[in-house]
Write a protein that binds this ligand. Sequence first.
Ligand code: NAD
Length: 480
Amino acid sequence: MITEHLDEHTRFERYPFRDSVNAMVDKALDLMDLPAGLPEHIKFNDTVLQVHFPVKLSDGKYHTFKGFRAVHSDHYAPVKGGIRYSEAVNRDEVEALSSLMTYKCALVNVPFGGSKGGLRIRPKDYSVEDLERITRAFAKILIERGYISPSENVPAPDMGTGPREMAWIADTYRNLRPNDINYFACVTGKPVGAGGIHGRHEATGRGIQYIIREFFRHAEDVKLARLSGDLDGKRVVVQGLGNVGYHAAKFVSEEDGAKVVCIIERHGALLNDNGLDIEAVKEWMVETGSIKGYPNATFTEDGLGALETPCDILIPAALESQITKENAHRIATKLIVEGANGPVTAEADDILEERGIIVLPDALCNAGGVTVSYFEWIKNIQHIRFGRMQRRLDEYRGSKIVEALETMTGKTMPANLKSELVQGADELSLVRSGLDDTMRGAYQDVSEAFHRKDKITNFRTAAMYSAIEKLVFTYQNMGV
Ligand code: NAD
């Protein structure tokens, strides 16, 4: 039997995303003793801009597009959040994603408020030239209305957008605000050659890897999930081989010994019990436009059904409302690591909890993107690459230590050890180190909240609780 496949609009109507996020937030708010009225303020978006705008495309005709940018909370400035290109974009979705950004930034101690944007468009239907026209027109409106600027609102990539779109946005901003010396900081996720930072493109998937590693360092949590050991040999299922899913799957399989036994994409799923080669599947997908026909694997059209493949770790990294009350009973994993935003609905959460399946929530797991965006923004306003001042000094000191050790012992240090000691940190190593530190710290805060409060029975409520605690602390210190 093929699992009922819903198009994105129907899925959204059936599982309203904002209601689901608010239900999750309510669980944490119910455990807190906040002044009357504050819980409502925390949940609602401060502002939402909805625009319709015309663009003359290469066919010589005017086409009208619909876009949104929501600001959930500007307790810190700038506010931060991606811009999504998808035909299913709607106001509720953008508001839900915007609120998740606030909680996410709080969790990873990134001093930004939450925002999100979306354009209702199917990028595949347009040429690169037309996409550039549309992106620049949308950016112009957002800039003119104060919804893009280095000090107020800083977008980043999300589903359907990437470094290319971010570069177009930065250039549009620069043309409109030529006197702003910090123009590069108006958007993050740019190509490295256009004001970006090494490690941003991989950051969300890399952050997921760091969260899973940290999970396996917490024996109590590992036991709760009925798992043992570390990532080595674990069976992993990944949904979505885009930016987030591809990097997460690549890193856990190539670096930590996990076996990716199933990859689910738009048109179906690939299965191989011995593990799939992520790089090869990605190459196939880029060349042919689909995972279908990839050799060395079994293909099924029932992508949603493939979410039920038995595994140790399931990483939904495509879109929201994939695990719902319809299929949560059949999910056959021990640990869900949410790469996408909102892949598990609030109702499904309850079912999974009853079944003892641990869910590590989106606001924690995919916060690597905004963390490295924060590093990029700092780099842009400092106007200097990380490591530029100290790298050679570190190398000099390292070589002096090697020299001293060799003189004192009379022995020659093995070449591999020597090269590690004399190597100064470049930007990518510094970014990865900062990301690892951030993700570990966030996991520890969430796990600590989970074990500290008796009434917190899952990691999502723990994450929301931890994030809202920080948010309220800021509100109270700065005044709402
Ligand atoms: P992307 O566009 O790069 O990739 C999404 C992938 O999912 C694509 O390969 C697409 O073909 C696939 N997909 C679409 N519909 C599907 C379906 N029904 N079943 C299976 N696969 C399907 O997007 P992304 O940037 O990787 O974002 C994915 C999710 O992660 C989104 O929820 C996004 O909000 C979230 N996220 C992204 C970032 C980031 O840095 N890019 C950061 C945080 C969260």
